[in-house]
Structure formats: structure tokens, C-alpha cells
Write a protein that binds this ligand. Structure first.
Ligand code: ADP
Ligand code: MG
Length: 212
């Protein structure tokens, strides 16, 4: 399978993610109010609106350069944990794809997501089960890799990744937070969905939509 994933697909992914974040801004903030400081929705919305504005100003020609630009914009506009973490995720994806690569395959997309996940771990040191965005993203990356190994198309693989991210998000509810602000609550973090994991589920929703 040698699909060429166009830069327009990545642009649609970023714009679709920004739309979903805007639509879910209050919900994300409510999740963060329960176990954090009630700013996750506004953090993500500010960052993704800035990312879209940066693309409106000039759209880089390649997927790698586009994702790097989105990541740099997130790092520079979002305070809090999620700006550097999502920013690093997008920058590592961009680095994995390469700024000058003209064509991107489905396998390249999976490798880029894997690199982005590695960036989040390098930056935040989250382990599985710590109740973070990692717990939604890691199963999504695994689901995409497994689907592509089974010769699925990118569209089908990203649908599996979307479902895995949603399940991973839901699985954070009973977890005890061990990273970030929620960890200060100890046992009181149990029984609440992690806001960063909820944002990752939206990220994969947007990816599945962009590729379909
Ligand atoms: P802050 O916690 O600084 O207010 P946000 O509210 O925007 O930032 O983001 C909180 C989210 O960041 C959490 O729900 C969690 O998913 C994620 N997070 C926090 N710390 C880490 C970490 N060390 N590794 C991975 N994700 C983390
Ligand atoms: Mg917060």
C-alpha cells in the first residue's frame, strides 16, 4: 500500500482539531476543574486558534514543516503543561516526517505519531497508567500500527486509532494521577476523566475525519 498523504490532509487535521477543541472548550475546562486548575479548555483553545492563525498567514508546503509550525506555535502561546506537551508532540511529528519530504505514506504517519508520543514521554516522563494524555495516545498509536501491519488503509487505521484513544480516555477515570497537577490530589483524583486524555481523543477524532 503506497498511499500518498497530502499536506492538505494534515492541514485539515489541524483545523478540524482546532474546531473540536473550540466546541469542547467548556467541557475540557470542567474536567480540569475537577482535578486541576480549570484552564485546560482555554489553554488548548488559545493554542489551536493561534496555530490556525499561523496557517492562515502562510501554509508550509510540506506536512513536516506544517506540523513543526503548529508545534512551535503551541509552545509559544500555551502556558501550563499541555502547551509544551502538545507542542513537542507536533514538533516531533514534523521532525519525523522531515521538513522537505514531498510525499508521506501511511507508514510515515504512524512513525510520526510514534515519534510524537516519544516526545511527550521525553518531556513529561509519563508512564502507562499515570492518568495523562499518554494513556489515550499510546493505545491509539498501537492501534494504527497494528491496522497498517494488517494492510489496512490509513483511513481505516485512523478509525481504529480514534476508537482506541476514546477507550484510553475512558480508562483514565478510575486511575490515580501520578503526573501533573492532578497528582497533588492523590486518591481524590480517582473517579475523574483526565482532561489531556480527552483532548487526545479529539485529536484522533479529527485525524480520522481528515483521512476519511
Ligand atoms: P496544567 O496542568 O499546567 O494546568 P493543562 O490543564 O492545560 O495544564 O493540562 C493538563 C493535562 O496535561 C493533564 O490532564 C494531563 O493529561 C497532561 N499532563 C500533565 N502532566 C503531564 C506529564 N508529565 N506527562 C504527560 N501529560 C501530562
Ligand atoms: Mg490545568
Amino acid at each position: 500500500m503506497s498511499e500518498n498523504v497530502t499536506t492538505a490532509v494534515f492541514e485539515q487535521w489541524v483545523r478540524g482539531f482546532a474546531d473540536l477543541i473550540a466546541a469542547n472548550r467548556e467541557h475540557l475546562t470542567e474536567l480540569d476543574a475537577a482535578i486541576g486548575d480549570a484552564d485546560h479548555g482555554s489553554n488548548m483553545d488559545r493554542g489551536m486558534k493561534a496555530a490556525v492563525a499561523a496557517l492562515d498567514e502562510s501554509r508550509p508546503p510540506t506536512a513536516g514543516a506544517l506540523l513543526t509550525k503548529v508545534g512551535m506555535t503551541l509552545v509559544s502561546t500555551v502556558g501550563g503543561a499541555s502547551g509544551p506537551l502538545f507542542g513537542t508532540f507536533f514538533m516531533r511529528m514534523g521532525g519525523s516526517l522531515g521538513a522537505t519530504a514531498e510525499t508521506v505514506s501511511a507508514g510515515d504517519v504512524a512513525a510520526a505519531l510514534r515519534a510524537g508520543l516519544g516526545g511527550i514521554v521525553d518531556r513529561g516522563k509519563a508512564a502507562p497508567g499515570d492518568k495523562t494524555m499518554y494513556d489515550a495516545l499510546a493505545p491509539a498509536v498501537e492501534a494504527l500500527e497494528a491496522a497498517l501491519t494488517d494492510q489496512a488503509t490509513l483511513a481505516t487505521g485512523l478509525k481504529a486509532a480514534r476508537d482506541a484513544a476514546a477507550a484510553g480516555r475512558d480508562a483514565t477515570t478510575p486511575m490515580l494521577a501520578r503526573k501533573g497537577r492532578a497528582s497533588y490530589l492523590g486518591e481524590r483524583s480517582v473517579g475523574h476523566q483526565d482532561p489531556g486524555a480527552a483532548s487526545v481523543a479529539l485529536l484522533l477524532d479529527a485525524a480520522a475525519d481528515a483521512a476519511s
